[in-house]
Structures are given as structure tokens and as C-alpha cells.
Design a protein around this ligand. Structure first.
Ligand code: ANZ
Ligand code: ZN
Length: 838
């Protein structure tokens, strides 16, 4: 019989589907295990990155099932988002239809991969039954003061007359008409994630065991806690604000108040509210305004402000260094961010590299105030800033102090004098969730002329997204075009009112979907406590490193809010995290634009799921990049065929009779050797799969074992009954161990070998630890430290026996002949060193 992947795979997929094999139900007798892969965006087709991600998750899920866990392994769709709208405009198809069609297509593709999902739990975030609860969360956030509205910038194209998502801004220009994108201020909704900054930071400690170090570092840096001081710098001439009130100073935030005596200028962000007042009616006004606007636009469109050349412009105004009395010019600088600290900094060119570059460029004085212990640096000779700790100089009463001591002393001094205040700052910003888009969950808010901002009552949820909207490429929100949606009654006074037309960032949808999977059809609340208590947290989460910051942080934030709402009894959503590498071809990530994509559908057609899975798991450990290769997939295919042939041969040699219990003490030497190999392989595969997720080495050891088993000769097997049984046992065990990786062919082979129960329902094999050693081990023999020979000894031989065997060796005889044996040292399992005299 030939290996027919199509027949076998559809047969077993049907069995799994018809018997609901992967349906997860609470079973309090068993330990639960929650495996989750990041759910996909239904873009149209799955790609190799998905295949890899899901194959990894599937091996974990399937092996845990076999190891006695009650596994939950769900799948769903992150179904809202911009591409559906683009497709709608381009192809005149409803976003909903486009999305649902894609989901149906992709679900089919996933099924063809034989993934062990509990499809009864499938969710799609664009479904009103799901986004109703996103809206519910919004209301709860609003109640708790965790959702608020403030003015903030959006990308705006004047010629298309529309808001642009960040992805629609290409190099500062509109992707559609290529005109300059400007920043428009609009009222937008925010979630107050900053309220949880401290906890989000501290709880990273709890994830140390299960999360990759680099993800923890990225999260820590993103939250970015720093201790510093806010210092007031008096303006040389006070200015008036719009109301006519006097503004007398600029406040800066610094973490290096020890360098205060070296501050020679002040830099402010281009968006700083004081800027228009500073330059008003001055000769600099036009120039500075233009410069600032260009910086703002540039920043929004390019990600890499860190690596940009430091640039700025003098405002024409000065402030005073409060401790030295120096006049400090005030600059606008492209590297100062409005969203951090106070949006203004004291610039210390001698000790900050950015300020140094800036000062060099604009000819601003550099003043050294910290020097290394035993030499002095001169401002004129510096080629870069001195940023290390050292001793203070030119710093009044603080001169001579160590800089790390001065940090505390100067902060205290400033507080006493009322010039400064110790502050903690976080880089983390509140989460802007408003999107001026159609294909998202409508924000459940109503605006009434009489009552103001009124939340939609819970009982009126969901606020349904109208599906019959004709999308156009104009306006600041497509939902404004739907009168039916827009116009409503005020829940408070019953008068005419208007709905909020912004929808939620799709990150909101994906911030709690893992919880919804525990009770996907529950109608009372977003989650059912009983289910959450049993299934949460996710034991193993798997996904791309590109989500290392935002998605994971938002999911952690939501979990903490859910906990505070009494919905979940956990602080963190994901106990362990695995970030898989990319799939690359010809050295680059597979992408349409590079034209190096391999279509999983073609591979499935030609080779079948088991081969594709084997390839993905064998070519690299999960966290490393996987290099596509034609030889790799061919190799995987050949291996499965070899396994298939071996099973056929086993049936020819052994028949389909059941094997007798194999007693290691009653079998031939050859059989024992195979038996030991089997137990060693069980051990290796089990640890590789469980502890390290190194499926590649697990597969390699199965391959090696199969080579060795296959090398037994027909005659040997025929004439030795114990070897025959051991041979069959060995083949059965390899099929058994290979199942999580290639489940279809293994179920089939298992059945062909005469087994009645499916592997799915067969416990994972155990190994006998007394059989882990090889029966014989090879020891190196050294004479006076030089390698002279090797011998094989029984694995359980004691020192006496080893010595006896060693001295029977011809080389040893030759080298020790008539010499005095001073001593013999045995390093267990490795070597024997014989020390001889002259
Ligand atoms: C003076 C100084 C001297 C600074 C020195 C550094 C070195 P972290 O650790 O990130 O909190 N800074 C403050 N607000 C800023 C903003 N809105 N945009 C850009 N830079 C800003 O760093 C805090 C330091 O970053 C602050 O300390 C400030 O520069 C700068 F030798 O003040 B420092
Ligand atoms: Zn009203």
C-alpha cells in the first residue's frame, strides 16, 4: 500500500470532527492546561508564519492531552480592522462579507492542517455577541474613571479630506493622493492604563520563569519608570497667556539634577503650549512655527526619531539657570517629546550626548561639571559627552561631591529652596482607543445637547454597527454618513441626541479574547466566573515577537481591570510565553512585496499536513528563524514515507499479533540494545517536547532511532523471537512518540499495526529509568594523560571490573609493559587514566 496523505488526512480529520475529539469541558479530576496561539487577522489566506505558529501550539496541546491534562486549545478571529475597509472601497464588497468569506476560507485551511482546536469555542471579534462585551468593558472603564476623552492629534489629509490611520501615512504623505499629511486636533477616547503602570511594572517579576527575558525588558522599557526632579527655570522676561495671566517660568524634568550647574540652554518640544506665547509677535515667529510644524509632521510618520539628526531652532527667548544665574537660550528641539515629563528639558551638553551634538551644531557653550576621579576633562577638547558618574566641579557648594551623592543632595536642596520637586515619571502613555474608522466596535456613548456625554445603558448593548453602509474615502469618520446610526435619543432625557461615531482600536478586542474563550457563548457577562476560575490563566501563549509590547501590555492591563471588577482571579493572563521566530526565504522574511512567499495550500496539496508540520518543526527550534528550503520539505516527506515502509515491513515480519510483555532480563543482547534505545528515545522526546519545546531535537532523535531500528536484518528478526517482539515494540513506540508532530499518519500507522484504541486516547509512553543507559559504554583510555585506546564496558560495570577489562586491552599492555603502575583514575562514563612510572 502506498502512503496516500490525502486519504489518510481527510479520514482522521473527519474522525476528530465527528467525535468532537478536542472539545474541552471542565473536569475537576484533571489538571487543566490552556494552550493558545495568537489569533489571526482574517486577511484572506494563511501564510507560513501562521502554519509554524499553529504547528508549535498543536504539538504542545496534543502532547499535554496525552500526558493526562485537560487541555483547552481554542481558535478565533481578530476580525475588525482596516484591510476590510480598504477591500470594501476597492472591490465594492461589504467589509462584513469580505471578513466572513476570509474566515470561512481560512478556517478550512486550518482544518486541513489537523490542528487540535475546540472549534465549538470559535469567536470572531466582529460579531455583535463579541463586541457587545468590548462595549460593556468600555462602560465599566468609563464608570471607574478609566476611560476619558481628551484632545489629541490625528493624521489628516486635506485633499482627501479624511483621517488617516498611521499605516496610511507613507513618508509623511497620504498613501492615496500623496499630498502632505497634517496633524489635526480632535477629541478622542483614552484608556487610563497609566493608573496601572506601577503594577504592570512590578508584576513582570511574576513572569520571570515563563517569559523570554527580552520581552520582559521591552515591557519594562516601555513602561519606563524614572526617578528625577522637576525644576523651574525662570523666564528672563515673563510672558502673558491667552487669559492675560503671567507665565514666569518653564518647568523641566531631569533625572540628572547633579548636572544642573552645567545646564547651558533649555530645549522644548515643538508642541509645547508655551511656544506660541514665547514667539508671539516676534521676528522669529514665522520661522519657528514652520520648523515646529514640520517636525511634528515628520515625527508622526517616521518611527525612528532616536536615530534622527538632532535639530532645533532658537526661539529668541531666554530663561535663567536658578543655581548659576546664567542666561539660557530656549530652543525648540526635534528630540524633545511633549508626551514625556514636562515636554521641556534642561540641556547639559557636557554630560548628555544629544545635548552635546546639539550644542556643537548651534554653537552653544559647553560647561563641564563632572569629571572622572583622577583626571580633568576640558570642554574644548571633548569629542563626546562624558556621561559616567564622577566628581562634581564648578558646582558651588556641591563641588567635590560624588555625582551619585549629589543626585540626592541637589534634589533635596531644590526642594528646600522651592525651585524643584522630586518626581517619578513613566514613559507609558494612556492608550488612545478612538479610531475614526468604520470596521470596529462602536464606542457606546451618546452626546446630548442638554445632558452632555451619556453612556449607552448596559441593557441597550450592543450598539450595532450598521452593515449596509456605503464606504467612501472622505470625512473624519465613516459612521457619520449613516443617519440611522448617528441619530438617536438621549437615554437620560429622551431628547434628540447623537451617537459617538469613533470605533475602538482593535487592540481592545484582542485584550481579553483569551478570557472569552473560556465561556464563549455566555450571555450574562463577558466571562463566566466559574469557567475563568478553572481555565485561566493561559498556561502557554505562543505568538510573534512583534506583539512583545502593545498587545501583551494591553492584555495584562485588561486582566488587572477584570480582576478589579471581580471577573477573574488572576493577576496575569499568560503564565508562559513563547515567541516564535520568523519564516524566511532567501534570507528575508516571507512577504508579498519581496515575492518570496511559499503558499501553504500548495504544500498541503503536494505533501500533506504531516509533512508540512514536520518540516516546520524540524527545521529550527521555535524561537529561532526558520529558513525555508525545498530540500527540507523533501526530507520531511521522505522521512514519513520511510516510517510508512518500516511499519509495512513490521507487519510482514511480525504479523499483527499482539506483542508479549517484554522482560529486559529474558531477551537477547540485540533485543536489549533496541529496548534501551527505545527507552532513551522516550525520555529524550518527552523532555524536549515538555521542558524546552525543542521539537527539532525531538524529531531528530526519533529519526535516529528509526534508522537504527530499520538497520536490523530480516534474518536476525526472524530467528530471534525476543528481538521480533522488541522490534515491533520499538516501531509502535516511535509511531506513538511521533504523533503530536504528525498526528494523521501516526494514527493510521498505529491502526495498521493492529492497535484498537486511537493514539489520541492512549496515554503518553513512560520510560524505564533503569534502561536509559546504553548496555555498553565506551571509555577512553589514557596513559599518563595521553589517549591511547578505547574500550567498551557494560554500562553497569563497577571500578574493579572496568580495571580488569582495561588491563586486558592490548594497547594498555603495550604501554604499561614492565612499568610501575602508580595509580588508575576512573572518571565514570568517560575515561580511565593510568599513571605509570619510568
Ligand atoms: C538633564 C540631563 C543631563 C539629562 C544629563 C540627562 C543627562 P529617562 O531616563 O528616559 O527618564 N528628557 C526629559 N524629558 C524629556 C522629553 N520630554 N523628551 C526628551 N528628553 C527628555 O531620561 C530622562 C532624561 O531625558 C532627562 O534628564 C532629560 O535630560 C531627558 F547629563 O536632564 B536630562
Ligand atoms: Zn439628554
Amino acid at each position: 500500500m502506498e502512503y496516500d496523505h490525502k486519504k489518510i488526512e481527510s479520514k482522521w480529520q473527519k474522525v476528530w470532527e465527528e467525535t468532537n475529539s478536542f472539545k474541552a469541558d471542565i473536569d475537576r479530576e484533571k489538571k487543566k492546561y490552556y494552550v493558545l496561539e495568537m489569533f489571526p487577522y482574517p486577511s484572506g489566506k494563511i501564510h507560513m508564519g501562521h502554519v509554524r505558529n499553529y504547528a508549535i501550539g498543536d504539538v504542545i496541546a496534543r502532547s499535554k492531552m496525552r500526558m493526562g491534562y485537560n487541555v483547552i486549545h481554542p481558535m478565533g478571529w481578530d476580525a475588525f480592522g482596516l484591510p476590510a475597509e480598504n477591500a470594501a472601497i476597492k472591490n465594492k464588497i461589504q467589509p462584513a462579507k469580505w471578513t466572513i468569506d476570509n474566515i470561512n476560507f481560512m478556517r478550512n485551511q486550518l482544518k486541513k492542517l489537523g490542528l487540535s482546536y475546540d472549534w465549538t469555542r470559535e469567536i470572531a471579534t466582529c460579531h455583535p455577541d463579541y463586541y457587545k462585551w468590548c462595549q460593556w468593558f468600555f462602560l465599566k472603564f468609563y464608570e471607574k474613571g478609566l476611560a476619558y476623552k481628551k484632545e489629541s492629534f490625528v493624521n489628516w489629509c486635506n485633499s482627501c479630506n479624511t483621517v488617516l490611520a498611521n499605516e496610511q501615512v507613507e513618508g509623511g504623505k497620504c498613501w492615496r493622493c500623496e499630498s502632505e499629511v497634517i496633524q489635526k486636533k480632535m477629541m478622542q477616547w483614552f484608556f487610563k492604563i497609566t493608573d496601572y503602570a506601577e503594577e504592570l511594572l512590578n508584576d513582570l517579576e511574576k513572569l520571570k520563569e515563563g517569559w523570554p527575558e527580552r520581552v520582559l525588558i521591552m515591557q519594562r522599557n516601555w513602561i519606563g519608570k524614572s526617578y528625577g526632579t522637576e525644576i523651574e527655570f525662570p523666564l528672563k522676561e515673563a510672558i502673558k497667556d491667552e487669559k492675560g495671566d503671567l507665565i514666569k517660568s518653564i518647568k523641566v524634568f531631569t533625572t540628572r539634577q547633579d548636572t544642573l550647574f552645567g545646564a547651558t540652554f533649555v530645549s522644548i518640544a515643538p508642541e509645547h503650549p508655551i511656544l506660541p506665547l514665547l514667539i508671539k509677535e516676534s521676528k522669529e515667529e514665522e520661522k519657528v512655527k514652520k520648523f515646529s510644524e514640520s517636525i511634528i509632521a515628520e515625527r508622526r510618520s517616521s518611527q525612528n526619531i532616536e536615530s534622527k539628526e538632532k535639530e532645533g531652532i532658537f526661539t529668541g527667548k531666554y530663561c535663567i539657570n536658578p543655581v548659576t544665574g546664567w542666561e539660557m537660550p530656549i530652543y525648540v528641539a526635534n528630540f524633545v517629546l511633549m508626551e514625556y515629563g514636562t515636554g521641556a528639558i534642561m540641556a547639559v551638553p557636557a554630560h548628555d550626548q544629544r545635548d552635546f551634538e546639539f550644542a556643537k551644531k548651534y554653537n552653544i557653550p559647553i560647561k563641564v561639571v563632572i569629571t572622572p576621579k583622577d583626571n580633568e576633562i576640558k570642554a574644548e577638547e571633548m569629542t563626546e559627552a562624558f556621561i559616567d558618574e564622577g566628581i562634581l566641579i564648578n558646582s558651588g557648594e556641591f563641588s567635590g561631591m560624588k555625582s551619585n551623592e549629589a543626585l540626592e543632595k541637589i534634589a533635596n536642596y531644590l526642594e528646600e529652596k522651592g525651585i524643584g520637586k522630586k518626581t517619578v515619571n513613566y514613559k507609558l502613555r494612556d492608550w488612545g482607543i478612538s479610531r475614526q474608522r468604520y470596521w470596529g466596535a462602536p464606542i457606546p456613548i451618546i452626546y446630548c445637547d442638554r445632558c452632555g456625554t451619556v453612556p449607552v445603558p448596559e441593557k441597550d448593548l450592543p450598539v450595532v454597527l450598521p452593515l449596509d453602509l456605503k464606504l467612501k474615502f472622505v470625512g473624519d469618520s465613516p459612521l457619520k454618513d449613516s443617519k440611522e446610526f448617528l441619530e438617536t435619543k438621549c437615554p437620560k432625557c429622551g431628547g434628540n441626541a447623537k451617537r459617538e461615531t469613533d470605533t475602538m482600536d482593535t487592540f481592545v478586542d484582542s485584550s481579553w479574547y483569551f478570557a472569552r474563550f473560556c465561556s464563549p457563548r455566555y450571555e450574562e457577562l463577558p466571562v463566566k466566573k466559574e469557567d475563568m476560575d478553572y481555565w485561566m490563566p493561559v498556561d502557554q501563549y505562543i505568538g510573534g515577537i512583534e506583539h512583545a509590547i502593545l498587545h501583551l501590555l494591553y492584555a495584562r492591563f485588561f486582566t488587572k481591570v477584570m480582576r478589579d471588577l471581580g471577573l477573574i482571579n488572576a493577576d496575569e493572563p499568560f503564565t508562559s510565553l513563547l515567541t516564535q521566530g520568523m519564516v524566511i526565504k532567501d534570507g528575508a522574511k516571507m512577504s508579498k512585496s519581496k515575492g518570496n512567499v511559499v503558499d501553504p495550500d500548495e504544500l498541503l496539496e503536494k505533501y500533506g499536513a504531516d509533512t508540512v508540520r514536520t518540516f516546520c518543526l524540524f527545521a529550527a527550534p521555535p524561537e529561532k528563524d526558520l529558513e525555508w528550503s525545498d530540500e527540507g520539505i523533501e526530507g520531511a516527506s521522505r522521512f514519513i514515507i520511510r516510517l510508512w515502509r518500516l511499519v509495512e515491513r513490521t507487519n510482514t515480519l511480525c504479523g499483527s499479533s499482539e506483542i508479549k510483555q517484554i522482560d529486559k532480563n529474558k531477551i537477547s543482547k540485540k533485543a536489549e540494545k533496541i529496548l534501551r534505545l527505545v527507552h532513551r528515545t522516550i525520555n529524550k522526546v518527552t523532555t524536549d517536547i515538555q521542558k524546552r519545546y525543542h521539537f527539532n531535537t525531538a524529531i531528530a532523535s526519533i529519526m535516529e532511532a528509526i534508522n537504527e531500528i530499520s538497520s536490523l536484518k530480516d534474518e536476525e528478526i526472524k530467528e530471534d523471537e525476543t528481538l521480533r517482539d522488541t522490534f515491533k515494540f520499538a516501531v509502535l513506540t516511535m509511531v506513538n512518540l511521533y504523533w503530536p508532530i504528525a498526528p494523521h499518519v501516526c494514527e493510521e500507522l498505529w491502526q495498521l499495526l493492529g492497535e484498537k484504541e486511537t493514539l489520541l486516547n492512549t496515554p503518553w509512553p513512560n520510560y524505564d529509568s533503569s534502561l536509559l543507559e546504553e548496555e555498553e559504554i565506551t571509555l577512553v583510555i589514557q596513559i599518563n594523560g595521553k589517549v591511547r585506546s578505547r574500550i567498551n564496558v557494560p554500562a553497569d560495570a563497577d571500578e574493579e571490573k572496568i580495571k580488569e577489562l582495561a588491563f586486558q586491552n592490548d594497547k594498555v599492555k603495550e604501554y604499561t609493559n614492565s612499568k610501575k603502575i602508580i595509580k588508575t583514575i576512573i572518571v565514570p562514563k568517560r575515561l580511565i587514566n593510568i599513571v605509570v612510572g619510568k
